[in-house]
Design a protein around this ligand. Structure first.
Ligand code: URA
Length: 265
């Protein structure tokens, strides 16, 4: 009897999700009331609804399902027609749907475009080393980019280009959904472009890195992009990133060994 009304609500929520840069929200109370009458959680999750107020505990498998539904939309996305034409495939994100830490980069490069996974090229291998030095396996954290498509390059040219502000604005809602679903305890933005994509704020790494910022109430650490460390191999630069990562470990109340404390000194 209530089914058509419910479908209308879900269609309206889906419309909000498509047209705004945030997932639609519903209070935990309202969600609990709906749940007590009808089994609608899955439908609401499929509509990308995140509860407000005290957060409903989503299980890892719920989160995986919700991410899979966002991934499906990303796969078919043609909002940036030029990128949809030039990409080999979209690069959604990888890792634990229930991760405590989420790393955010700028955009896939050529290797990522080929393999469909973020941070698998040289910079990615360095990021994986950093994650391991922190005491995590790559599979334990979540890794995503602001852009899900490789920024296109003129035919015959090599290298990568930075995403444009318009491309970042268009793609950002997908990242917002990923963060809303995963609800990591700490976000780490890698480089100034990732910061601009996430916060919409431009700044130099000198002024941004090494201290806590906030995204939607979540602690956000800003550090150098691993590609910067490949270009600047000075131990002093590696140490800066490592100090930022130690702050992350401290925030997560993870033990830091003496050996870890002395890396790159
Ligand atoms: N650089 C990024 O910012 N993201 C990737 O996935 C690879 C390189």
């Amino acid at each position: 009897m209530m089914q058509p009304a419910l479908e209308l609500v879900i269609a309206a929520l889906e419309k909000i999700r498509e047209t705004s840069d945030r997932a639609p929200r519903v209070s935990s109370n309202a969600l609990a009331q709906l749940q007590s009458t009808y089994s609608v959680t899955t439908c609401l999750e499929e509509a990308g609804v995140s509860p407000t107020g005290p957060r409903l505990q989503q299980t890892a498998s719920n989160k995986a399902q919700m991410l899979a539904s966002v991934r499906e939309r990303v796969c078919g996305c043609t909002k940036c027609a030029h990128l949809a034409r030039s990409r080999t495939q979209t690069v959604f994100g990888v890792g634990n749907p229930d991760a405590e830490i989420m790393f955010i980069g700028e955009a896939p490069g050529a290797d990522e475009d080929q393999q469909g996974e973020p941070f698998v090229g040289r910079a990615g291998q360095l990021l994986t080393k950093i994650i391991k030095a922190m005491g995590f396996a790559r599979e334990e954290v979540y890794i995503a980019n602001i852009l899900k498509c490789r920024p296109d390059m003129p035919v015959g040219s090599f290298g990568n280009r930075a995403p444009t502000p318009a491309e970042m604005q268009t793609c950002r809602p997908y990242l917002v959904e990923q963060i809303d679903i995963i609800q990591p305890r700490v976000l780490v933005a890698l480089g100034a472009v990732a910061v601009e994509g996430l916060l919409g704020a431009r700044g130099t790494m000198r002024e941004l890195r090494g201290r806590w910022h906030s995204y939607n109430g979540m602690p956000l650490m800003i550090t150098y992009h691993p590609a910067y460390l490949l270009r600047n191999q000075l131990p002093s630069e590696k140490r800066k990133v490592w100090e930022d990562m130690m702050q992350v470990l401290e925030r997560l109340e993870k033990p830091i060994s003496e050996k870890q404390r002395n890396y790159f000194l």
